[in-house]
Design a protein around this ligand. Structure first.
Ligand code: KDO
Length: 330
């Protein structure tokens, strides 16, 4: 509904569409991400965010980690070499370990819970730290989806019901400590690798599998080089629309409000699209010959939750925040 409101505002001329600067100068907003152009977050940013800020800024996305390698975007923003990224809590945890609370398996419950957490005062200290110490403003939360375990092995070769069944499985996880820990907590042998290398690694057998939400499995065509998906739903994954704080703070109040509304509207549009895909893609993937099944989810949840609570990550979580996050869920 936010998307419709924004579109209505644009067509009604309520949002300026002429350059706000006297010399017609447009603010450049380069956005680098590892995802593809057809990823629903990318689509929402291009279709909703870009047009909404076009009155004073040019939104210039680049995909597939072609501008900056996955995991280097925050530093690039911090140094003034990049204006925007769709970043993750795992990447922020590299700078601020307490962000690992948002990377822990089976904490976020669904897309609505992510939004409630992001907009709750509990987030203020996290946002303030990213802004003051890294120069990165977190504008809005995007929904990537429920991460599932996606393997080359056929279900006949390996049926995964509990974490013990993943013992020795070489599972590609993205390359930060928080991601590697999640792979271990699932019972697998995690291997760090950037997203852009995963398809080839799966096709050659360099790894046994990877984890991502169903829309990503389809968008990146991982179903062509794997045979099964275990519906662990181990992480209801999110991303943040991140912007250079220096750039944001250089805008006037109206422009800042426009950027904020545009980010929220893009996040909402992307969320709706991604949820729809997550629902509908099971049939598509089964049609491609994939086995898709539920494991003993309670066994995964118990193993993963206790691994986190006993970990050094949990020691960095600010007092009381996990309880507040849980209280915002069902
Ligand atoms: C991935 O590397 O598996 C991951 O899903 C991690 C996310 O945080 C996100 O960066 C995503 O990749 C990329 O945007 C590609 O979809």
């Amino acid at each position: 509904t936010r998307r419709l409101t924004l579109a209505a505002m644009l067509s009604a001329g309520a949002i300026a569409t002429t350059p706000a600067f006297a010399d017609g100068h447009q603010v450049q907003m380069r956005m680098s991400m590892a995802g593809s152009e057809t990823d629903q977050r990318a689509v929402a940013m291009a279709e909703v965010f870009g047009p909404a800020v076009a009155g004073f800024a040019s939104y210039e996305p680049s995909y597939n980690a072609t501008l900056f390698a996955q995991g280097t975007e925050l530093e690039a923003i911090s140094r003034g070499n990049l204006e925007m990224s769709i970043t993750s809590a795992q990447e922020l945890a590299q700078f601020f370990p307490e962000f690992s609370i948002f990377t822990a398996g089976y904490v976020h419950q669904d897309a609505a819970h992510q939004v409630a957490v992001f907009n709750d005062p509990l987030m203020d200290a996290f946002k303030d730290k990213a802004e003051s110490e890294l120069g990165v403003k977190l504008l809005s939360v995007m929904y990537l989806g429920r991460r599932q375990v996606n393997l080359r092995q056929t279900k006949e070769e390996l049926t995964v019901m509990t974490p013990a069944d993943l013992a020795g499985v070489n599972l590609r996880m993205p390359g930060t400590d928080a991601w590697q820990f999640l792979g271990s907590a699932l019972g697998a042998a995690p291997t760090p690798m950037s997203f852009s290398e995963v398809y080839t690694a799966l096709s050659t057998g360099a790894v046994d599998g990877q984890d991502n939400p169903l829309p990503t499995v389809v968008d990146a065509k991982f179903y062509e080089v794997t045979n099964q998906i275990v519906l662990t739903s181990h992480l209801v994954d999110l991303n943040y629309i991140a912007m250079s704080a220096e750039l944001f703070n250089s805008l006037d109040a109206d422009q800042q409000a426009t950027v904020q509304a545009a980010a929220d509207a893009a996040a909402e549009a992307g969320r709706v699209a991604q949820l729809e895909k997550e629902e509908s893609l099971v049939a598509f993937l089964e049609g491609q010959g994939m086995s898709i099944y539920e494991p003993d989810t309670a066994a995964f949840r118990n193993a993963v939750q206790s691994a986190y609570l006993e970990s050094e990550f949990a020691a960095t979580w600010p007092e009381g925040v996990l309880d507040k996050i849980n209280a915002l869920g069902n």
